[in-house]
Design a protein around this ligand. Structure first.
Ligand code: BQF
Length: 299
């Protein structure tokens, strides 16, 4: 049985990070201070803490400066809004990333709304969502941006192809659908979700199938058109007594079965995840360059 080409997200992310590093070096060689990223982490969610460490490590390797502000989960929403105000006003801070999820008593939406859209390197502020929807320059959320970069760097074209995105979140599904339908990408896009009828049938029409649902193994081999490109955004913990930590990471796609049908497929881990981090670095450099140019309020 033939097997799909595996898209090596780690290798592609490494290439992106090396390019960002070169651009940062050229930037600082011109006498500018390095881009500066502040990450805000509230509470003691171990997964969040680990993601933040990974982001800061990758930033440092790319020559991006920064710090992590850590707060107890008891932090009030008002206090966090005050932290955001202070970072917005701090001219030495180019990018602000609020690690999600926030504790339940804090309204994510109010916090994101308080960010300066021009420091919003995660691209979650409604101004950036609006810019993306309107085809204007702005910050694009890191995971969808990373998926587009994975496709481009794998030589996979999207023009005229049928793309099916399963998942409609503001973080991944919606912005990715926007990117795929943009002029230049030119895919024909369908967005599916938990209420979609005949999900299998719709998925099977996809030349490019993106799974961003958050349920391990939801996408089975029978839902994939032979030869299709399968992009797995899911990062799910699945119990695995054979592992020291008691679980393993699994995507939304049944990888072992899917790779016998698909033409291209991303693994989990080592697929989309590393690209999310690489695009954060790219967005942070972009933020620094925009700030230096002084066009904070223009696209
Ligand atoms: C990999 C995230 C759900 C909820 C909040 C590399 C990451 C993940 C996987 C990573 C994620 C997921 C991040 C791999 C950041 C992606 O090798 O496969 C990197 O660090 N991510 C996050 O910050 O918050 C999340 C997923």
């Amino acid at each position: 049985m033939q097997q799909a080409n595996t898209i090596d997200g780690r290798a592609i992310a490494r290439a992106v990070r090396t390019e960002v590093r070169s651009k940062v070096d050229a930037w600082t060689a011109g006498g500018r201070r390095p881009p500066y990223l502040t990450v805000v982490l509230v509470g003691d969610n171990p997964a969040s803490a680990s993601y933040v460490r990974g982001k800061m490590r990758a930033s440092a390797q790319a020559g991006i400066a920064g710090d992590t502000l850590r707060f107890e989960s008891s932090l009030t929403e008002e206090s966090l809004l005050g932290v955001i105000d202070r970072l917005n006003a701090d001219r030495s801070v180019d990018g602000i990333l609020v690690q999600l999820p926030l504790p339940g008593h804090i309204n994510d939406r109010r916090i994101i709304a308080r960010l300066s859209p021009d420091k919003d390197v995660d691209g979650l502020h409604v101004v950036n969502a609006g810019r993306l929807a309107a085809g204007q320059a702005g910050f694009v959320p890191c995971t969808p941006a990373g998926i587009m970069e994975l496709l481009r760097r794998s030589g996979i074209t999207t023009s005229g192809k049928r793309a099916v995105v399963v998942g409609r979140s503001n973080l991944v599904g919606k912005p990715l659908a926007q990117l795929l339908m943009q002029k230049g990408a030119d895919a024909t896009v369908t967005v599916c979700h938990s209420r979609t009828r005949n999900l299998s049938v719709v998925c099977r029409e996809a030349d490019i199938l993106v799974a961003a649902i958050g349920r391990a193994g939801l996408i089975t081999a029978g839902m994939i058109k032979p030869g299709a490109v399968v992009i797995d955004v899911g990062i799910n913990r699945v119990d695995d007594p054979a592992r020291e930590r008691g679980y393993r990471l699994a995507g939304d796609v049944d990888f072992e079965a899917a790779r016998r049908v698909a033409g291209w497929i991303t693994p989990v881990p080592g697929g989309v995840g590393p690209m999310t981090i690489a695009m954060l670095l790219s967005n942070t450099l972009f933020a620094a360059q925009r700030h230096a140019a002084g066009n904070n309020n223009r696209a």
